[in-house]
Structures are given as C-alpha cells and as structure tokens.
Design a binder for this molecule. Sequence first.
Ligand SMILES: [Zn+2]
Length: 480
Amino acid sequence: MTSFFKTALLASTLIFATSCQTTMGTATKADYPDNKYGLTDTVERIQAMALNGSYGYDITESLTTEIGQRLAGSPEEAKAREWAVEKFKAVGLENVRIEEFVVKGWERGLETAEIVSPFPQNLEITALGGSVATPTSGITADIAYFPTFDDLKNAPAGGLEGKIVFISGRMEKAHDGAGYGPANRKRQMGATEAGKRGALAVVIRSVGTDSHRFPHTGQMRYAEDVKPIPIGALSAPDADQLERILKRGETIRLKLTMTPRSTGDLISGNVVGDIIGSEKPEEIILIGGHLDSWDLGTGAVDDAAGVGITLGAAQILLEAGLKPKRTIRVVAFGSEEVGLVGAFAYADKHKDNLKNHVLASESDFGAGKVYALRTSVQGPARAELENIQKALSHLGVEMEDGQTSGGPDIIPLYRSGVPAIRLQQDGFDYFDLHHTHDDTFDKIEPEAMAQNVAAWVTMIWMASEADVDYRDPSESSDDN
Ligand SMILES: [Zn+2]
C-alpha cells in the first residue's frame, strides 16, 4: 500500500463493531436474503468452495516461496511475471499476457548505523526506497532531534548544517490503517525538509506499529529544488534507544553508512488475464493485487495475499463452471511500491477503453478478514452492490458509507471515472509487518484468507450478473 491510499483511509469512519467475530463455516440458505437474481444456490456453492478450500492461500504460498522478494524492475519481479502468466493460465484465464512498461530502478547496498558517542553501539537501519547514498566511508555527525515531523516543518530555515536529523513520532494502530497517512509524511518528505535546512542526512523512526527490531522501508521522494540527502529508517526499539539517551541530556554522535544506488530504466510489467463474459464481454470488472514487493521480506501481506485472494476468487468461478455475464479481468500489477507505476501504465494503455471498465477493486491490505463493503457507486446500482453485502453479512461484512478509490492500483482508473468497490480488511496488525524483513508467509492465517476469497468470489459473481449500469453519469468521478 502506498501513501495514495491513505487519503481514502483518512476520510473513512470505521465501523468495525463486532462483525469480525462472526463464525465462519459452510453457508446455509437461511443465511442469505432473498434476491432477485435467483443465485442463492450458486452463491452458496462458491462461498462453500472458498471457505472449505485453500485457493488464495495456495497461490500466496507459491508466489512467496518460489519467487521470494520482488523489487520493482528487478530480475525477481520479472520471474514473478512469468510465475503469474503460468498461474493465470493454469486456473483457466484467457488472453493471458504481460503488458510491459519502464520503471526507474533502485537497489539497496550496505546499510549500517552506530552510535559513536556517548554510548557506542550498533543500531538497526534500512534505507528508504529511492534514497541517495552516503559516502562509502559514511557520515559521522551529531544528531538534531525532532520529536515529530511537524516539529521539523516548523523549524526555522537553515540551522541544521553539519547534522544528521532524527525524526521520531509514533504511528497509531488502527483496524483501518488510519495512522499510516500522518505517520508517513516524515518518510516521504523528511529528506526534503531536512535538506532545505542544510542537514547532511536523516534517520526516522520507522513508519510501523510493532515493537520489533525490524526497520520499515518504503518509497521516499525528493523535491526537485532541494539537494538530495540520504534517508534511512531505524527500527522502533532503536528510535526508543536514541530518545532514552537524549533524555539524559546527551548529544548523540551517529555514524551512518548506506550505499543504495539508482539502476536506471528497467522493464516492469502488469500481468493481465480474463474470464470472458458470456453476455456482455465488453464490460470489464477489474480485480487484482500487486506483484512487486519491497526487498526485505517476501511480500506476503504486501501483496502476494492480494494476488492470491483475487486470483483464487477467479479460480473458483472457473472450477465451478460458471460463466459470468461480464468479463472478469484479473491484474497482477507491477511496480506498485515505487509510486503506482504499473497502475498508471495500465490506465494509460487502456485509456480508450476505460469507459468499458464498469467496476474495479484491488486487494492490498494484507489477509485479515473482510469486515465491510464500501463503494463509490451511487444511484440505483448501489442497491445491487448492497445485495452483495447482504450475501456476505453472515461472514461479518457490513455496509460502510464513505468514498473509496478501490485500492492503490485502482486510483488512476477511479480518477478517470471507473466505479470503485472495496472489501475493507482488518489491518490492525498490517503495519507491524509492512515493508519489513518480517513480511513473510507464516503471517497469513488460512481461515481469514478463505473468508477473503469467499467475499471476493461472491462480489465478482454477483456484480457480473446484476442487470444495472454501475457507471451512473450523475456521480462525480473524483471525490478524493
Ligand atoms: Zn501493497
């Protein structure tokens, strides 16, 4: 998940309630409302397949085990595209292809940080994506401490010459990830704000909610008119350590060495496959996750899980022998982490056909249970999407008001007027793992994954069958 997503999250009011405690199990007819599609038996069957099977789980296991980390533009991301082509074909998708685009490459080098004085010791650090390097001999300097990013922003111009800036500030834990947006400002803009004031380098408290000794990476940006300086993230316990020393009234001298480098223009790509619609093949319901990950863990919760959940849902329709009326398109986006590069490439390549994208959604918030359905669709079609929620209520899914842009990789489509829908997941623990060495497959809970797949397969099936136009011209296309 990138920063773009937070705008939507911030605007949200969480309706978590007790919905997530709903017991899972095979659905019974009594669980469903009457609906006019006569699909009760079908919905019951596909939900049972999801809940009793391991569709998404197995796909996620395969991607994280057989490929591992998948940095944007890397050879591993290329292998992941080949993996995806094979999986898409194996489950029975048609027109499976890679849509290539170019991405600016970056790779990590050595990264070390140590307190030189007053209490010499090593710290755990990782470079932020896109950061420039320190000299190979490192930068040794005194720390200038800012308890929060706003403290740095409000600091006078200049005055940080010769210093390594340390920005702390804790991220609040929330089921909907609402703490990410505010906490992430220092990651994205810390180097610019410190650089403007003359600093040599920046270390931040990791953007995360855990207390483990894993630093969190993630993309940063430089303003064009400010000299770029290196920026890294310390693990939370290491940030605590610096703050304990500062509390003693000491001046901390830090040595920081990071040698990442830009690797120029590289090939990335989106993998696309379809279940061709039987009655309205030109109308596309687009779902997916992103194939790339950061290079520290194996990108299990971010976002092999999203690829697994959405491809697993499509697989169920195909195994059940169902022929959706509209085309169900699955996309495994490339290069999401470095700025939604694959998402913009998709929107650009398909710009003349976006009017036929009738609904779009991405799963990119881990594998915690779905607790709510949210959609940008208004007007008569909204009621049809509310029927989907009703068919998911026995799985603990509520209807949630408010906007959604459908997930990070859907944002460019949404901005072009494509209706968005989102199955909101419980991400209470998501930012414990996000962008760390600890984002690995063992964190995925099979039962929660199955509930996700059940929700997605219900959503794509019912949305493809409903006899409505989600593209209500009266709705505004960009409320974010
Ligand atoms: Zn993600």
